[in-house]
Design a protein around this ligand. Structure first.
Ligand SMILES: Cc1cc2nc3c(=O)[nH]c(=O)nc-3n(C[C@H](O)[C@H](O)[C@H](O)COP(=O)(O)O)c2cc1C
Length: 188
């Protein structure tokens, strides 16, 4: 039994992106993290995902681009403008997981599940490396203009933005389902 792994799985929590700061993964840790992300069940080895890594000044620039898109759609208060522009500036690294389905006999649903596994591997690998993370979609994931800014093809979509860094304060525990509500034992 690997108690360290069990302990990590039983205790890990997401940390809100605004509560993340430096340090984040270095170059070699990031490579480790992305390799772990790719090590997921993948029916017929289609690899229906790819990554966009956002770091440094590009984080602020992306928030500013997205903010302009948002302002064309709705009126924002100065506080909301600030929040939009700083959306990606808290954690030192943000990884966009792009769902990139392949035309194939393997159903898109299965490809999506595989991409979801990639996403949670990013959370788990971040914890294992000693960092915290949050999986966020928000409006930007579903907005066509925002997708264009990130260079997505028409058939692609955003599975999530992963904010990765160090927690400024420890997250509180979150309630989890009672197994009695979730599990039945099949009886023939
Ligand atoms: C697909 C997906 C999208 C999410 N999008 C958001 C989001 O836009 N904003 C947000 O605050 N939390 C979002 N969450 C929730 C957090 O990532 C996280 O699940 C929640 O804070 C509790 O995490 P924990 O159980 O890992 O501690 C999303 C979760 C998933 C699975």
């Amino acid at each position: 039994m690997n108690n360290d792994t069990l302990q990590l799985l039983q205790s890990r929590r997401s940390v809100l992106s605004k509560n993340l700061s430096t340090p984040g993964p270095n170059k070699s840790e990031l490579e480790t993290l992305l390799n772990i992300a790719c090590r997921v069940p993948d029916h017929r080895k289609l690899e229906p995902w790819r990554f966009i890594v956002i770091q440094g000044d590009h984080r602020k620039a992306l928030g500013q681009s997205f903010c302009k898109i948002r302002q064309q759609e709705c009126e924002l208060t100065s506080e909301q403008i600030q929040a939009e522009q700083n959306r990606y500036t808290h954690a030192p690294t943000v990884i966009v997981v792009v769902f990139s389905p392949v035309e194939h006999k393997t159903p898109v649903f299965e490809q999506l599940l595989s991409c979801g596994a990639v996403c949670q591997h990013i959370n788990l690998a971040s914890s294992a490396l000693g960092y915290s993370s949050q999986w966020v979609t928000n409006w930007c994931s579903f907005n066509k203009d925002a997708q264009k800014v990130l260079g997505l093809a028409a058939h692609e979509s955003i599975a999530g933005f992963f904010h990765i860094g160090t927690a400024k304060c420890p997250p509180k525990e979150r309630s989890r389902p009672d197994l009695i509500d979730k599990v039945v034992y099949y009886q023939s």
